[in-house]
Design a protein around this ligand. Sequence first.
Ligand SMILES: O=C(CO)[C@H](O)[C@H](O)COP(=O)(O)O
Length: 219
Amino acid sequence: MKIAPSILAADFGNLRAEARAAAEAGADWLHIDVMDGCFVPNISIGPCVVQALRPGLGIFFDVHLMIRDPFSYAEAFAKAGADSICFHYEADPDPGRVIERIRSLGKRVGVAIKPATPAEVLLPYLDRIDMALVMTVEPGFGGQRFMAGMMPKVQMLRRAIDASGRPVDLQVDGGIDSETAAVAAQSGADVLVAGSAVYGKPDYGAAIAALRRACPDRA
Ligand SMILES: O=C(CO)[C@H](O)[C@H](O)COP(=O)(O)O
């Protein structure tokens, strides 16, 4: 199980220190939420912030683009230091070309789906992506309630990924805490994004360890 603290819940006045703190506390990945005020009703950070965080920080940068036109912006995030670029299926009428674009930039590629989007839309792309992301809240804001109704989508994708034989990560994002982490892990998720459940706690190491402990062994 990989734990990916979301810097959306970090102290933006001390972002470099917050990113480093999560890495030193045992995070596997750093989840970086990019919002444009168009695809979602919130604005967060852009490539210049990713670039500012990168020097001296070896942790895997898991960039989640909640933006319109990910095709055009992928290059800026790749140059800024993203290791993985995940875009929304709903953000481009031709997700295949965005996947190819990100791949051509030498980055791992993920595709995310909003709660209203059926998981089946991802099936044709499982042969060429590195990660599928099932949103367990409406994208845009941290601190929302986990949508347990998304678990059938996670279960279906777990079966499809296993059947494919490909090493595709299955990520869930939104409302993850010790209780919901267990539910998501049991459903087949193997990457958990956690904002408030890490950055909202006084001890990030203890918070990450608690999430890990909550997950069954298989995960
Ligand atoms: O993508 C996001 C919101 O769009 C965040 O990553 C997500 O909500 C994490 O925050 P929390 O763990 O507090 O729910």
